[in-house]
Design a binder for this molecule. Sequence first.
Ligand SMILES: Nc1ncnc2c1ncn2[C@@H]1O[C@H](COP(=O)(O)OP(=O)(O)OP(=O)(O)O)[C@@H](O)[C@H]1O
Length: 560
Amino acid sequence: MKYRELSDLYRRLENTTLKTLKTKFVADFLKRVLDEELLEIVPYLILGKVFPDWDERELGVGEKLLIKAVSKATGIPEKEIENSIKDTGDLGESVALALKKKRQKSFFSQPLTIKRVYKTFVKISEASGEGSQDRKLKYLANLFMDAEAEEGKYLARTVLGTMRTGVAEGILRDAIAEAFKVKAELVERAYMLTSDFGYVAKVSKLEGNEGLSKVQIQIGKPIRPMLAQLAANVKEALIEMGGEAAFEIKYDGARVQIHKDGDTVVVYSRRLENVTRSIPEMVEAIKSHIKAEKAIVEGELVAVGDGGRPRPFQYVLRRFRRKYNIEEMIEKIPLELNLFDALYVDGEGLIDVQFRERRARLEEIVEESGKVKLAQQLVTKNPEDAEEFYKRALELGHEGLMAKRLDSVYEPGNRGKKWLKIKPTMENLDLVIVGAEWGEGRRAHVLGSFLVAAYDPEQGRFVPVGKVGSGFTDEDLVEFTKMLKPLIVKEEGKYVEIEPKVVVEVTYQEIQKSPKYESGFALRFPRYLALREDKGPEEADTLERIAQLYEFQERFRAKR
Ligand SMILES: Nc1ncnc2c1ncn2[C@@H]1O[C@H](COP(=O)(O)OP(=O)(O)OP(=O)(O)O)[C@@H](O)[C@H]1O
């Protein structure tokens, strides 16, 4: 299949904002993919990716190398391309312009196929060590040499991860259902279990509804995590759970999903990124303290400080980020794993098994040690005992408690009422930066205040709820400016509109009803706390959550 057909699709997607039309375009395209091998690849390319997020492979190509490759392919000096980017404000456009101007077309030039493009991407991802930059450059230049202008535009965007066709997971799900005449719920279910759209598309085409409904959790493919709703207090949680619940400490760390297959251990973060390499000591501990040959378990990874007290979750994220000198980090930021669920043990998928039983299976396979532990649990009907446990958890420096329904099955990707979290009063919000303002005076060259938004999953949009200007250090602002600059969509005077990508944790004094924002809510005195690199924009707090918090706040006020 020609790459041309894919670049046509990208253009058509870009030219419409209508979700139904986008879905139709993607569905029509998927129908035309006859080769099964290709069908496993194209869903990612359509999303503007090369590999799934949980795949460790990455291209490792930055803007500079890409410009070099285009220069090599076209004979146009790098400087000229850089200047063109300044004019167009868009690298993709400038690549297309350069290819249009290309001095000569190679005599042997061949139209690009999707397979060739993909294979080249794989080769690029595999290039490592000495001379790897040169090899990447050569592979890329070869692609651009054979690319038409528009193809070049989308190749560049794919390589840099800046495709903006507005196709997110929901559209892809519906398009797969439409293309292969299968039920969208079943596509969703299979995706929640495997996080692999390529695989799901293939099963949909080859095995239809029946095949989809048989899809099982698999070692090596991360499952979407089950999430919790917020409860006002321990008592309310107990009532919601039907009178009895498993309360567990809510550890303040980073959630991990561990896949163990014999001696191979892979660890995924909450966003299902492969973080195995950053925590080798934990991988070793897991190998020797999880007794099952094959298992998928979940837990919270916590950084421990003096006297075993938990340190803020950012420490764990620092461990995840570190790519070199890892040994030094093992000493500086020791970790502890608190396991709370078992989803698969030795050939048996457990997600349809009740939580009570899953915990029993977990206890069977975990041999506790200094580094690997079971989440502390109290199963009770008694609100006073639960309250006591909650107080103790807070005294020990934990975030609060989780309450889990003993008879509940594991619901991948769902934020339902089977799991509830209990934390002290007003919880912080994780919001997405959608705009900013340049600072004044001394701070004129950095962004100084940020428009933050909640996610509205119904409409797939982000709705502003406040402007955050405090809580940042000077270094934070420099860092944020660097991070947000490439995401600027529009500039109007001091104000810039920003593509919703970056999630920040924000505290505030209260939530007010306000006509100022379309959301109907405004945060009073919002203050920046932390960057939530572990969350994607769609995992930010929702409008519904803000409404719920508002309700709690008002109820609490009424009591006083
Ligand atoms: N014992 C536990 N059982 C389940 N989750 C736990 C436990 N201890 C800590 N956690 C963490 O709490 C989270 C559950 O809360 P929620 O589903 O709201 O996730 P979240 O959106 O990441 O929210 P938060 O920012 O409050 O962690 C889990 O994702 C996990 O990271």
